[in-house]
Design a protein. Structure first.
Length: 182
């Protein structure tokens, strides 16, 4: 029997194993830097950056959905962003992905979300067909944009100016006698 439940702190190692399974499927294993301790801290600590659902068949984990909330300024409501959705290969096509997405949809409704969003690799045709059958629209007019840690550090060191200004504060305008400030 398939079930979906919220992840608990003791699930961090299992979540990491599922993340590694997803990375292997996406041919991105070399990019996984996360640790069990980081997942425990960021998903179950004082400040939680994400939430996770676990899909099980007869109490054995077979998939997960890791998500968080953003805000849509256009819709004027929160959005549920699905960072990762993964079902182990031998369980695909048997309802686990649909069950996880259905649980996410119920969470999105309960939290007042105006939409759910996620990214899918362009070559993952089975996933794209699955999402389209659910009613998802691919947004080919948007380009995923990312700054990695080195670029974030460089940008933060620029203090808002390409000319090397050391101050992020606006310059004070000096009034001359007989002039008005603009």
């Amino acid at each position: 029997m398939l079930t979906v439940r919220r992840a608990r702190p003791g699930d961090a190692a299992m979540i990491l194993a599922l993340i590694r399974g997803l990375a292997a499927y996406e041919r991105l294993s070399h990019e996984v830097k996360a640790s069990t301790a980081q997942l425990r801290q960021h998903g179950f600590g004082r400040r939680r950056y994400f939430e996770t659902l676990i899909c099980q068949r007869d109490r054995q984990p077979i998939g997960f959905a890791l998500y968080f909330f953003t805000y849509s300024t256009f819709v004027g409501r929160p959005s549920l962003y699905l960072e990762d959705l993964f079902v182990v290969p031998e369980e695909r096509g048997q309802g686990a992905g649909r069950m996880l997405l259905g649980a996410l949809a119920r969470i999105a409704i309960a939290r007042g979300c105006g939409r759910m969003e996620w990214a899918v690799l362009h070559w993952n045709r089975p996933a794209i067909r699955f999402y389209e059958r659910l009613g998802a629209r691919l947004r080919r007019d948007w380009v995923l944009t990312r700054l990695g840690a080195p670029a974030i550090r460089r940008l933060s060191a620029q203090n808002g100016s390409r000319r090397g200004s050391r101050s992020a504060r606006p310059r004070r305008q000096v009034r001359r006698a007989g002039t008005t400030a603009r």
